[in-house]
Design a protein around this ligand. Sequence first.
Ligand code: CDT
Length: 302
Amino acid sequence: TRRIRIGGAQMGAISRSDSKKEIVDRLIALLRQASEKGCELVVFPELALSTFFPRWYAERDGMDGYFEDGMPNAATLPLFEEARRLGIGFSLGYAELVQEDGRVRRFNTTVLVERNGEIVGKYRKIHLPGHAEYEPERSHQHLEKRYFEVGNTGFQVWDAFGGRVGMAICNDRRWVETYRVMGLQDVELILIGYNTPVADSLSGESETLRMFHNHLTMQAGAYQNSTWVVGVAKAGVEDGHRLMGGSVIVAPTGEIVAQAMTEGDELIVADCDLDRCRYYKSHIFNFAAHRRPEFYQRITSQ
Ligand code: CDT
């Protein structure tokens, strides 16, 4: 078997006034807890180094203070060094500011760091939810389309941690294509961080229904592609705005094997045998034998 013990490091709220040092110290505390529990890989949330700033309207460059212009940088180096010392890998979501193609670009990004401290993968969020301009009819703004560009990395899969590892970010988890594009690359473990408001002022959906959708999408993605999925929240009340918890580790059967119970900093742990992906990949979801892509053209042509 290829068993890897994984920690999902759910974070509680980060408020606007929290310093980068305070935030990184919390990440390091979760990392040490994971190390004590024998984890080899820790999954941190989306935008784990700041409050969920897209809830506020400002100039497009007005949130640049929340962005990282290098990874690791001075603020996050202690996390990278501690992880290497402990021999634990991790994935970390953050707002990325980069000079690329001769201009400043901003992405909602996550990196995959191996146990030796090296960054082995980078993913930039593709499905950006919300809107680009202030919308007065909403009680909660969600301005990701204002502050981020659509990611340009595609959905890649890396050989890491003894398996095939992919990443996605928050709203990506609701889209079947996210999982299938990685499934077609034989993915065995998908790492997802999220920041999801408990309330949607337009739909009026209940908290229970929104949590159901959170789990439904990750469980279906795991089962239909025969892969482990680790979904980790930044949760709790950030400057008066409540984000859902419900972080989970999902087996290739679609079953939840670990789940967070709080909306604070909380580590969930599971032993994930990557060989458990094999059964469905070679039977009911044997893509080579059973897929009919000649009937799927609409998916990429429109
Ligand atoms: N961060 C993120 O992508 N959140 C979205 C909220 C959508 S409501 C506009 C999500 O899909 O969870």
